[in-house]
Design a protein around this ligand. Sequence first.
Ligand code: IMP
Ligand code: MG
Length: 180
Amino acid sequence: MEADIARILIHRDKITTRVKAMAGEISAAYNGDDAGLTLVPVLSGSIIFLADLIRELPLKMKIALVQVSTYPGATTSPGDPQTLLELSGDVRGRHVIIVDDILDSGRTLRRVQAMVTRHQPKTVRTAVLLRKPARAPADVPVDFVGFDIEDLFVIGYGLDFDDHYRNYPHVAVLHPELMP
Ligand code: IMP
Ligand code: MG
């Protein structure tokens, strides 16, 4: 795997520090509000971020899963998002935080935000580890952002290329000859 990596963009230590700080920002946003909280991770890219984030969050919470596929197979340009798994828990009247790895074109989060909203939660916020500001559309609000990055295709810390490299501990860029 290491041989496929061209360069590390964000080292795991820097991610750890930022994720802890984000947990602080999220806790502060819900401070004193006792309506239930449900985190809605978008599978599969958010799993590593989710695992690290929730262990830094001292809030009582539930988790409800959604799965949306945007990048079919070995491609790096988005197609139309497909819902593979509808919300796996009841969020009616609850505070929801949608958790995703990255805000790129915004198609995925636009779809998930609409899906969650149909279930009548009390509030909906969104947390992403990464955002590509050059591409992020204005109509897809995100409340908590780990890092803004350049418009590059990245892997690691949950992010994949053709379902590989999710376990690479840093956010990194692959050698260009590996990508279409
Ligand atoms: P969007 O729908 O274009 O905003 O893309 C969001 C989804 O596409 C994310 O949940 C990721 O799974 C995937 N994605 C977008 N950009 C990248 C990238 O640079 N590397 C890996 N996956 C990405
Ligand atoms: Mg994803």
